[in-house]
Design a protein around this ligand. Sequence first.
Ligand SMILES: *Cc1c(COP(=O)(O)O)cnc(C)c1O
Length: 456
Amino acid sequence: MNVNNPARSNIGAIDAAHHLHPFSDMKKLNADGTRIITRAEGVHIFDNQGRKYLDGFAGLWCVNVGYGRTEITDAVMRQMNELPYYNTFFGTTTEPATLLAEKIISHAGPRFSHVFFTGSGSEANDTWFRMARVYWKALGHPEKTVVISRRNGYHGSTVAGASLGGMKWMHEQGNLPIPGIVHIGQPYWYVEGGDLSPEEFGLKCAQELEEKILEIGADKVAAFVAEPIQGAGGVIIPPATYWPEISRICKKYDILLVNDEVICGFGRLGSWFGHQHYGLEPDLCPVAKGLSSGYLPIGAVLVSKRVADVMINEVGDFNHGFTYSGHPVCAAAALENLRIIEDEKLVERVKTDTGPYFAKGWASLAEHEVVGEAVSVGLMGGLQLTADKATRRRYAKPEDAGVAVRNHCLANGLVLRATNDRMLASPPLIITRDQIDEMIAKLRAGLDHLRDTMAR
Ligand SMILES: *Cc1c(COP(=O)(O)O)cnc(C)c1O
């Protein structure tokens, strides 16, 4: 923004007067004041006070190639000047949209053949939710409509997205979930595993899916949806027994498997997609975030051959789409972003270099007195705070513990996120070893602060 803008010194007051923020307690935000981020470069963001932060969260899990990539802004400008907008409805397309579909499919593997574009991850979830039902109806199973998802999963904020998600505090606002969506448990061993081993617990959670299918009737269940690793829920990495059993159950009862790859897609786990890391065979995958590294909003649904064949040959019109489906400028940004990920071999780098290096530093935090577990895959880490390591007892107010660590890190120039008493990390994929060291050191200082200031 123009440095000479007279309103600049006044942004906080204007914001309080006119801007309702997402997922924010506005009274508290207005009292505390909002941080105003003015520029960014590499893995760093800067606020209007001139403070510099290492962005350990890549914006919101999305800035995979880091900030300040002029290759992307140049590509955007070129596309803006050539064709700022045209749609993909009614028999037309644009070059960037079509080439992006090809590029995404080239990394998704032979199981997938097509892409449906959306403006966001939430819209991608709304899209497959309808597509799954349309698919079964076209095959002569109009009653196969129920979608099973998980408590504490996150699939966005639209009505279908929030309903598919398993956040109780979201359901409570707006009378959700909508009918036809049911939830089973999550593989969150640390807090919910009780006396079971992680492996036993993972199996038990997966088998809840089978019980639910049998309760509803397999002839009524359209799909099961889950993130390969829960993101917003707390970077919850399922025990090794979980995914193989889920796969077995989906195949046995002919239920579509939907992997929400909005976070895990595009390199986060050291694989192009999270389902590849776990060897899963999903039928539909919503993606967004890392698709454009957040430079412009764009999402998509990866559609397997199995589903695409029916959509193309049996369905006729799919009465669904967004004005900005395949927006040419967003698609140009995404294409350039994926080119960078390819050329700089960021997926391989996460898998063989920075991911393992991060894993070692992150895991070393598990020795800290207030840490129950510190787990990661690729550049996605979850760290559980605890008041007592031996019994896995939580702090009296778990969310206060997380906020205390987060705020200490913030004051020290590190952005991390807290979900209750779990610290989440998801840095840009370009992060260096030195920057990883800095991240771990600052988080360790935050943990010391928690140990020294909050009663256990
Ligand atoms: C962020 C997120 C979404 C929603 O994406 P938006 O672009 O915010 O609509 C959906 N699923 C998962 C797993 C996410 O992390």
